[in-house]
Design a protein around this ligand. Structure first.
Ligand code: PLP
Length: 430
């Protein structure tokens, strides 16, 4: 049996039905290669993970050296150097007073721990999260996920979660337009606390850019206003940087662009360039809410993943990848906006750094065109470009390549997208 046959027979697959399986063998930089030898520009980085590129030699060398020394020990009886060094580094690169880190294995686990510590610190028990948000697939993280599509079949969920409208300007939940809206999506947060909770809110949880929702970028000034409301309501601001962090959005962490200092920050995905690792970081003061032994994960803070993370961050700093993401992201957005002028099915082009979405629509009434987005993904793959599809309506083509992607590769991606959009548009109008 080949890999695909074995998958069919033995793997409980996460693969969505509309995707034709391809077996990937290797990768370098922004390119991956399948079992037939065909290469693709990776426009999705394994869902925003391999930020410093596939096969990054510095990361591989750090992981290999650690593997040869010590792969695992438990975190409640022993210390290891890579955990200490990574925690120190995170204290240096995370905003403001964020200083102490708890290590887990994944984004969802990071969020679970972060929610728990906010409850223990505030002695409050509820959360406000955003409609359309995605925070993971454990019971707690699905409870703060604002999308029934992701939650179906797993309920009932945790009580004590209220959902607040998302800052989705293209389809404003208040029917308003920025800036005359005066950021109602942020200022109304106080009313959500007042009317949809018992007032016992530990934290407001938000992604700086809502990834799975379809690369929804909040308008300028949003997080400053949100922070004001959080302070008025005496609730913490828990920022989920699992997808936006580690250079992806043009800063080491996307929230930095707003100048707002979160109380709690979660991380995973790009932290170790593909080695499994999740983390949350808080101030000294909040950290004391966990007494030793309160929270633990057997594999959390695995020495190999932590060594890989230190090397990953080192590469980001040395090659100024957050700044590169900002520059390349601006160029990509500009190029995609020229495509928008030619392809009427592109309703919106938005993004921050190299976290970019093309929202596909069927008509001037903005009817979501999910089938078109899926078709674009298939056609792109045929021509050697891997892109994602997401969004609450399944109609957003996602471009989130490794930050080391070259300018020439970006041009190649834009021209493949142009061709694919033309094919889909021609088919629709025929
Ligand atoms: C913003 C955000 N939070 C949390 C998660 C969950 O991370 P993981 O899949 O590592 O559990 C994701 C995954 O896509 C995410 O995008």
């Amino acid at each position: 049996m080949n890999a695909q046959e074995k998958y069919r027979e033995y793997v409980i697959t996460s693969m969505v039905a509309s995707i034709e399986p391809v077996t990937l063998i290797e990768g370098e930089g922004a390119v991956v290669v399948d079992e037939t030898g065909k290469s693709y520009v990776d426009g999705f980085s394994g869902i925003s993970v391999t930020n410093v590129g596939h096969g990054a030699p510095e990361v591989a060398a750090a992981a290999k050296a650690q593997i040869e020394k010590l792969v695992h020990c438990n975190s409640y009886m022993y210390h290891v150097q890579p955990v200490a060094d990574l925690a120190e580094k995170l204290a240096e690169i995370t905003p403001g007073r964020l200083k102490k880190t708890f290590f887990a294995n994944s984004g969802a686990e990071a969020l679970e721990g972060a929610m728990r510590i906010t409850k223990q610190h505030t002695k409050k028990h509820e959360f406000v999260a955003l409609q359309m948000a995605f925070h993971g697939r454990t019971l707690g993280t699905l409870s703060i996920t604002g999308n029934s599509g992701r939650k179906k079949g797993g309920g009932p969920y945790m009580p004590g979660v209220a959902f607040h409208p998302a800052p989705y300007c293209y389809r404003c939940p208040f029917g308003l337009t920025y800036p005359s809206c005066e950021l109602k999506c942020a200022t109304e947060l106080g009313n959500t606390v007042k009317f949809a909770t018992s007032g016992d809110v530990a934290a407001f949880v938000a992604e700086p850019v809502l990834g799975e929702a379809g690369i929804v970028t909040p308008p300028e000034g949003y997080f400053q206003k949100v922070k004001e409301v959080c302070d008025e309501q005496d609730m913490l601001l828990l920022v989920d940087e699992v997808q936006t962090g580690f250079g992806r959005c043009g800063e080491m962490f996307a929230i930095e662009a707003s100048g707002v200092e979160p109380d709690v920050m979660t991380m995973a995905k790009g932290i170790a360039n593909g080695f499994p690792l999740g983390a949350f970081t808080v101030s000294d003061e909040i950290a004391t809410a966990f007494r030793p032994g309160d929270h633990l994960s057997t594999f959390g803070g695995n020495p190999v993943s932590c060594a890989a993370a230190i090397a990953t961050i080192g590469v980001m700093e040395k090659r100024r990848l957050p700044q590169e993401a900002k520059r390349k992201g601006q160029a990509t957005l500009a190029a995609l906006r020229t495509l928008q002028a030619r392809h009427s099915m592109i309703g919106d082009v938005r993004g921050m750094g190299l976290m970019i979405g093309l929202e596909m629509i069927a008509d001037a009434g903005k009817t979501p065109a999910a089938a078109a987005a899926t078709r674009v993904r298939t056609l792109c793959r045929e021509r050697g470009l891997l892109v994602g599809v997401g969004g609450v309506y399944g109609n957003v083509v996602r471009f989130q390549p490794p930050l080391v992607i070259t300018d020439a590769q970006i041009e190649q991606c834009v021209s493949i997208l142009d061709w694919a959009l033309g094919q889909v548009g021609d088919a629709v109008s025929a």
